[in-house]
Design a protein around this ligand. Structure first.
Ligand code: PLP
Length: 389
């Protein structure tokens, strides 16, 4: 491929842009993962992660994409044939469900329209009916990356408590951790699943489970076969800062830098920055006369915005235009919304001018691709950004 001058705009909702500080941190000789320096690094990382997940409990790190951490959450806590309650919020929730089914779990799926998050009232009603406590886990995708809908996880926890049900609560935060407010311990989450390549600003290749005491107790009774994903082997080695098998050493150098960057900015400031960019983006979409996929304002995602194209217009053709003309990658529509939506990622290492470059690229792309719209979306975002804190 011929060199294009200037930076590529990688505005898909993950993998996200990897900041130079992290690239430089990764670009170091790989060390002996059984040597003394590694133990110090491991202990520092495992302690630091607690701050990011907002927990005092253990967080384990896998050299795997997010899908691995989905599997780890299920195989460490459940037994073959166990019933789990899942919600069809979009493509990622559907993939997690398929994974659970392939593992031999019995999935009860609450249907959804891909434009709303998990309804806490539905959670409460379903669990209240389950008098025999057949449901062993409730699995929720916090930020549904295919639709730009963020479920209200704290409200789901409250719904479970109101129903007085002992189920585990597992949450996928792969595209929300370090972008949208999330509290593993305060919200009573049993297993939090996360990945490296979105809010954590790292390349793909690491994933995480944050584990509650209740989940740890469940893992002692769980009968799902597991080996690579086994928490116990991981936690035993982690106690001294090591891993039971070769860790992704260079990505861990990057993780150390990523955590330093997030804590320098402050997590509250990181969340506020994401909220602000999301609001500016939605104002642009409304000014273009296009529709945001998410229908519930209190569920708007601050990580990404999925935008619906008018009927008869192919979102993938539009995306091909922005890539060809402006070297701008936008997210594609996945699953049921394939070709119907495109997604603007505004998470990770991102600032006002990167957002304006992105929105200008979208607006010029809409015109070039012949998608009916009103001009002025980029201006609407400027009008917001120039005054909003
Ligand atoms: C990206 C993403 C995944 C998939 O993770 P992989 O790293 O591709 O395995 C799962 N869930 C959500 C919500 C995601 O955004």
């Amino acid at each position: 491929m011929a060199h294009g001058s200037g930076r590529h705009f990688l505005q898909i909702p993950g993998p996200t842009n990897v900041p130079d500080r992290i690239l430089r941190a990764i670009d170091k000789p790989t060390m002996d993962h059984r040597g003394p320096d590694f133990g110090r690094l491991g202990r520092e990382l495992l302690a630091g992660l607690k701050e990011i997940f907002r927990t005092r409990g253990p967080v384990v790190i896998y050299p795997a994409s997010g899908t691995g951490a989905w599997e780890a959450a299920l195989v460490n806590t459940l037994s073959p044939g166990d019933k789990v309650l899942m919600f069809e919020t979009g493509h990622f929730a559907s993939l997690w469900r398929e994974l659970a089914q392939r593992l031999g779990l019995q999935v009860e799926l609450v249907a959804g329209d891909w434009r709303h998050g998990v309804d806490p009232a539905q959670v409460e009603a379903r669990l209240a009916e389950d008098k025999g406590h057949a449901i062993k886990a409730v699995c929720v995708v916090h930020n549904e990356t295919s639709t730009g809908v963020a479920s209200r996880v704290a409200a789901v926890r409250q719904a479970i408590d109101r129903a007085g049900h002992p189920t585990l609560l597992m949450v996928d935060t792969i595209s929300s951790l370090a972008s949208i407010d999330y509290r593993h311990e305060a919200w009573g989450i049993d297993v939090t699943v996360a990945g490296s390549q979105k809010g954590l600003m790292l390349p793909p290749g690491l994933s995480f489970n944050a584990i509650s005491e209740k989940a740890l107790a469940a893992s002692k009774l769980s009968r799902m076969p597991r080996s690579y994903w086994d928490w116990q082997a991981m936690l035993t080695a982690n106690a001294t800062g090591y891993f039971p098998y070769t860790p992704a050493t260079n990505l861990l150098y990057g993780l150390k830098e990523a955590m330093a960057m997030l804590l320098e900015e402050g997590l509250e400031a990181v969340f506020a920055r994401h909220d602000r960019h999301a609001e500016a983006t939605r104002r642009a979409v409304v000014a273009w006369g296009l529709e945001v996929q998410c229908m519930e304002p209190r569920e708007y995602s601050s990580s990404l915005t999925a935008v619906r194209l008018p009927d008869g217009h192919d979102a993938d053709a539009f995306r091909a235009t922005t890539l060809d003309r402006f070297n701008l990658s936008l997210g594609n529509g996945l699953g049921k919304v394939s070709k119907k939506v495109f997604r603007i990622g505004h998470l990770g290492d991102f600032n006002d001018l990167m957002l304006m470059g992105t929105l200008a690229g979208v607006e010029m792309g809409l015109a070039r691709a012949g998608v009916p719209h009103k001009p002025g979306g980029a201006q609407a975002a400027i009008d917001y950004l120039k005054t909003a804190n």
